[in-house]
Design a protein around this ligand. Structure first.
Ligand code: PLP
Length: 392
């Protein structure tokens, strides 16, 4: 077993740099309050933004689908794994997003990897925001396309890259998170659209954190900016605000047919369990029929963020349920995380490589299910920890 010594040494080094991760076990569902390590805490770390992961209608849909279709899809989509709930959900998502067609993926990570490696390759150019999600970064690494990274949300830099890259690429693609997962800010989609048109590029938006949250109808970043039908490739997840698991890509019929025929992370993996697809259909119904959930979420976001700002925390400019509180140092961030947990608040400390060096932070995420009492408890704990550690 000596060959594992390398990994032990690497782990020691990770610990020395205060970057060691351990898994915390949540007892029960992703509710506003959960039990962690024997303690009841306010959960400020879940992407269950609308509270759908614990909604009775989703559970009932899953149980009904389990009875009708069994537990697993049994095969990949291209063989015999395409079942009625997959087809119905894809049609449902296409309508929801105002697109011709949609396609399901096992996860957002798989969708991004698959999209980038299928849609661009040798002779193509990808221009990617520096804070895009790891799955986009990895997708870019796996293509043979030329990858250029622009400074976060910096449209001058994006344009400069598009301008200087004048050689005859086959395709050009601008890729961006809709809501950035660790900063909570929103991509400047109208400007990106304009630059894409000017320089002949396709636009791909990752709506993992925008689906169900942004826009009047919760349809994501394009709806938020009044650009429905004007983004060629829209990806989103079913595992965050929609309370389940899996992901989708929405776009033109041609795009989806091409993916069905070429995309390896779609073709060579078992289809989503039908019960998971059934849950997502109910989740979309709720997103459409209960805008009050989204209103409640936004009330909570404003309430919490304003209190934090008033305490002069370095809460960077988020405009979503993701509220990052910048600390910088890894050890100090985890000390704040630990002290918050002791005071009954779970706001995960986030460190490199998830965020750039020297930008470790607490990342608080709000849910529609948080009560004012939950948020007041959280704010009290932040104030105490902020004072104890000299953060405010
Ligand atoms: C922006 C973004 N894209 C993609 C993903 C991956 O989605 P999934 O969890 O479904 O793999 C995540 C988070 O998990 C994300 O934050």
């Amino acid at each position: 077993m000596d060959d594992l010594a390398f990994f032990s040494a690497a782990l020691e080094e990770i610990k020395d740099r205060d970057l060691y991760r351990r898994l915390r076990i949540i007892h029960g569902a992703q509710s506003a309050r959960v039990q962690v390590e024997g303690k009841e805490v306010v959960l400020l770390s879940s992407n269950n933004y609308l509270g759908l992961a614990e909604h009775p209608a989703l559970k009932e849909a899953a149980i009904r689908a389990l009875e009708l279709y069994g537990s697993g899809a049994g095969a990949s989509r291209s063989i015999s794994g395409t079942m009625e709930p997959h087809k119905e959900l894809e049609e449902r998502i296409a309508r929801f997003k105002g697109c011709e067609a949609a396609l399901l993926f096992s996860s957002g990570y798989m969708a991004n990897l698959g999209l980038l490696t299928t849609l661009v390759g040798g002779g193509d150019l990808i221009v990617s925001d520096e804070f895009n999600h790891a799955s986009i970064v990895d997708g870019c690494r796996l293509t043979r396309a030329e990858v250029q990274v622009y400074r976060h949300r910096d449209m001058n830099h994006l344009e400069a890259l598009l301008k200087t890259k004048t050689s005859s690429y086959r395709n050009r693609l601008i890729v961006t998170d809709g809501v950035f997962s660790m900063d909570g800010d929103i991509t400047p989609l109208p400007e990106i659209r304009e630059l894409a048109d000017r320089y002949g590029a396709l636009v791909m938006v990752d709506d993992a954190h925008a689906t169900g949250v942004l826009g009047k109808g919760g349809r994501g970043t394009a709806e938020y900016f009044g650009l429905m039908g004007q983004v060629e490739i829209q990806m989103g997840t079913l595992g965050k605000a929609l309370g389940g698991f899996g992901a989708y890509v929405a776009g033109s019929r041609v795009l989806i047919d091409y993916l069905i025929n070429r995309c390896r992370t779609f073709m060579y993996t078992t289809a989503l369990p039908p019960a998971v697809a059934a849950m997502a259909m109910v989740a979309l119904d709720i997103v459409e029929k209960e805008p009050q959930r989204r209103e409640r979420l936004w009330e909570n976001i404003h309430y919490f963020r304003n209190d934090l700002k008033a305490m002069s925390f370095n809460a960077v400019g988020s405009d979503s349920p993701i509220v990052p509180i910048l600390i910088g140092d890894n050890a100090l961030t985890m000390e704040a995380d630990h002290r918050l947990m002791e005071k009954g608040v779970f706001a995960q400390g986030i460190r490199p490589p998830t965020v750039p060096p020297q930008s470790s932070r607490l990342r608080a995420t709000l849910m529609a299910t948080h009560t004012k009492e939950d948020l007041d408890r959280a704010v009290r704990a932040f104030r105490e920890v902020g004072k104890e550690l000299g953060l405010i």
